[in-house]
Design a binder for this molecule. Structure first.
Ligand SMILES: O=c1ccn([C@@H]2O[C@H](COP(=O)(O)OP(=O)(O)O[C@H]3O[C@H](CO)[C@@H](O)[C@H](O)[C@H]3O)[C@@H](O)[C@H]2O)c(=O)[nH]1
Ligand SMILES: [Mn+2]
Length: 692
């Protein structure tokens, strides 16, 4: 970056503290904590009461006090997000000229072509190739964990199509460079040339090519499905395969330069752990190191396309800023989704997380890594040679046996081997083999970390512990758009995976309260602990608030519970780590229900049963309360019971509705079983109360 410093006079970015929000937040914190102090004082006073009253009320006192302590603790954890909300702006026009910009490698992961529609994955690939960045400095790597010939074939087609698509986008300054989004967008065309007839002609032409491209992928997919007996077999067992896309149709398009596109399918064997997405990213880290070795890396999930081509330049406004670049590890963009509805009944967009918490952490050490849509510095993942020493045997203990890879860590290493010969291809096969990582530090100290299925969170957290910082960049037009999970079953499976991963981190050596002593300010730790825990009401409607309350309750009694269980079972070795990718194939009926804000209760019964039980308990309590209030006259005692049960029933009314609709209904036999057993349990506990 040395050569850029001289040319920079004006700052590349600026940050803005939301003073009003900061003041109101802190004032509210002051009020709330004063109230908490009074409450604790009141509770403690109880200890000095007459021994007789004290003894008879000790048990309820203990229960209430314990829950108050827990709730206050959770409240305190959430404060850090509000301590110093900051937003940032960038000035990409002040960046150095194109030939001085550093290279960028884009990593895209896909795992399973039956759950992740190939055509959509290709759209992500094309949108990344069409980023507004010097093409000779842009390398796109697609990791295919499924090793599927459908994906490989589609990648070749995508490369061909992008030869036409990219020049079209640059010529007409198109902003929406994901072809699918561009052609399906119902709102106005975003090109400045809408009125020009040449543009319209070109558009029709490219649309034809696009349709043909789509058709090819679909028909190949169908043919493969017919011809192959069991495509699932080699998903878990296949050799490495790497292919650099070559173009031989130069005459058809402009002769402009194209970004490189590389297909990588790492070796997978049932006998070797493959570490899910983190494993795939580490293979890409190694393979790309000997091919392009760009200093910055953009990571994308296959379901998250580039919605605006400027993200690379925006990210460089931070990475090339001499004031912060030395400690800056990554620039994180928010995860936004194109398929959520206004009410978003499952809170698929995780609004509180991405609108509030990340912004709050922006004012501290920066947001945690959120898996997709971030530009990370290669050095922060692969360590610095100066730190590890230059002894070759020691280096090999860290990075594995490849000399070529170790050379790539040296500062002035250049490789133009994307187009390189056979020796290089062999080297990349070694780097993508599953034996390569054995007795190295990959996944523990090098690359993306393996200790958790929320590899993103863990990796980001450890980077912060090691003194790196991050920034959150949130331009008004979303840079990346993904598909959110839009059915209850997937939302809960995903939630369980996240809670399992997060809980795992809470109970292992990486627990934010104890790990990484001096490097992390205490506020940063607090905000990490409360990750995902927030329910709040910023700028949302009452309706939205109800939705968030409901999905929070649903998740608390399912995902949180199962996630913790899962993590504990893994810890004692009864369960193996697992990462079920979410299903991205849109089922028409499911999508329709989601669009209409209707819950789809055809979820696994382990998710539905706890919800039914909770609703049953609350209805019983409510009715019991009414009975006692009317016949016994306990009005004042019953108020709290009324209120809480009534609230829970109101919020969860859609579950009751779930019995009576025609689509996405709750299974009746399951409901009968759960309701009867809950009532029996309730009856028993009542009996115990009477007896004692
Ligand atoms: O063995 C695997 C499993 C998954 N993936 C890829 O990982 C990505 C994320 O998987 P997805 O099913 O979309 O999971 P989500 O729950 O939507 O992902 C969120 O949560 C993950 C951590 O659990 C993060 O890695 C993601 O970035 C974040 O978007 C996808 O591109 C998958 O293809 C692999 O490459 N290999
Ligand atoms: Mn996803």
């Amino acid at each position: 970056m040395g050569d850029c410093e001289g040319t920079l006079t004006l700052p590349l970015n600026s940050s803005h503290v939301h003073t009003l929000l900061l003041v109101t937040n802190r004032f509210h914190m002051l009020l709330h904590s004063t109230a908490l102090c009074f409450m604790f004082y009141y509770r403690v006073c109880f200890l000095f009461q007459h021994p007789h009253t004290r003894e008879s009320l000790l048990f309820p006192w203990l229960l209430v006090f314990a829950s108050e302590i827990i709730l206050s603790f959770i409240w305190i954890l959430g404060r850090a997000f509000r301590w110093r909300p900051v937003s940032r702006s960038v000035f990409p026009e002040r960046l150095p000229e194109d030939d001085k910009l550093p290279g960028v490698d884009v990593f895209i992961c896909t795992a399973d072509h039956t759950k992740e529609p190939t055509f959509e994955v290709m759209n992500t690939v094309i949108s990344a190739m069409a980023l507004d960045y010097p093409p000779e400095k842009l390398y796109v790597y697609l990791s295919d964990d499924g090793g599927s010939s459908v994906t490989l074939h589609a990648t070749r087609e995508a490369f061909k199509f992008s030869r036409l698509w990219i020049p079209f986008c640059t010529r007409y300054r198109i902003k929406t460079r994901c072809p699918k989004a561009f052609f399906s967008s119902s709102d106005d065309d975003d090109s400045d040339f809408v009125r020009s007839s040449v543009y319209m002609e070109d558009k029709t032409q490219i649309q034809e090519k696009y349709d043909a491209f789509k058709e090819k992928i679909e028909s190949f997919r169908e043919n493969m499905a017919i011809s192959r007996d069991d495509p699932a077999i080699n998903v878990k067992d296949h050799p490495p395969s790497i292919e650099v896309m070559q173009d031989n149709i130069i005459d058809e398009a402009d002769n402009g330069k194209m970004p490189h596109l590389v297909y990588v399918s790492r070796e997978k064997r049932p006998s070797h752990p493959h570490h899910f997405k983190a494993g795939a990213l580490n293979v890409l880290l190694r393979v790309s190191a000997v091919m392009s070795n760009s200093p910055y890396i953009l990571v994308l999930d296959c379901d998250m396309f580039c919605n605006d081509p400027s993200s690379a330049r925006y990210a460089m406004c931070f990475h090339l800023d001499p004031k912060i670049s030395s400690s800056l590890a990554f620039v994180q963009f928010p995860q936004k989704f194109y398929n959520v509805t206004k009410n978003d009944i499952y809170d698929s967009q995780l609004r509180s997380l991405f609108t509030l918490q990340w912004r709050g952490m922006n004012g501290l050490k920066g947001p945690v890594l959120s898996g997709t849509g971030f530009y990370i510095k290669r050095v922060s993942l692969c360590g610095n040679l100066t730190i590890k020493g230059t002894d070759l045997t020691q280096l090999k203990e860290y990075f594995g046996s490849s000399n070529e890879f170790i050379k790539s860590l040296m500062q002035n290493y250049t490789s133009d081997s994307v187009s390189g010969g056979n020796a290089l291809l062999e080297e990349t096969h070694l780097l993508a083999s599953c034996k390569y990582e054995i007795s190295t530090k990959w996944g523990q100290e090098v690359g993306f970390l393996y200790d958790s299925v929320v590899e993103d969170y863990l990796t980001g957290f450890i980077l912060h512990c090691n003194g790196w910082t991050s920034v959150f960049c949130e331009p008004s037009r979303p840079q990346f758009l993904g598909s959110a999970t839009t059915n209850l079953n997937d939302v809960l499976i995903q939630g369980t995976r996240w809670y399992s991963g997060l809980f795992e981190n809470g109970v292992n050596k990486y627990c934010p309260l104890i790990y990484g002593p001096s490097m992390m300010p205490i506020l940063q730790r607090l905000s990490l602990l409360n990750h995902l825990e927030e329910v709040l009401i910023t700028g949302g409607t009452l309706h939205k608030w109800m939705n968030e309350q409901r999905i929070w309750m649903m998740k608390s009694i399912t995902c949180h519970l199962y996630g913790c269980l899962d993590a504990l079972l893994k810890k004692v070795g009864i369960r193996e780590a697992n990462f079920l990718p979410t299903n991205k194939v849109a089922d028409d009926e499911q999508t329709q229900l989601f669009q209409m804000d209707k819950y789809d209760f055809r979820a696994s019964s382990i998710f539905i049963a706890p919800m039914l039980a909770v609703i049953t308990i609350n209805i019983c309590c409510f009715l019991g309360g009414v009975y006692r209030a009317v016949f016994v006259g306990d009005w004042d005692k019953m108020f709290v019971q009324f209120f809480i049960a009534g609230f829970i029933i109101t919020v969860n009314y859609p579950i009751i509705e779930g019995f009576f609709k025609d689509k996405g209904r709750i299974s009746v036999s399951l409901a009968i079983r759960v309701i009867i057993s809950t009532m029996i349990l309730l009856g028993c506990s009542k009996l115990i109360c009477y007896v004692s």
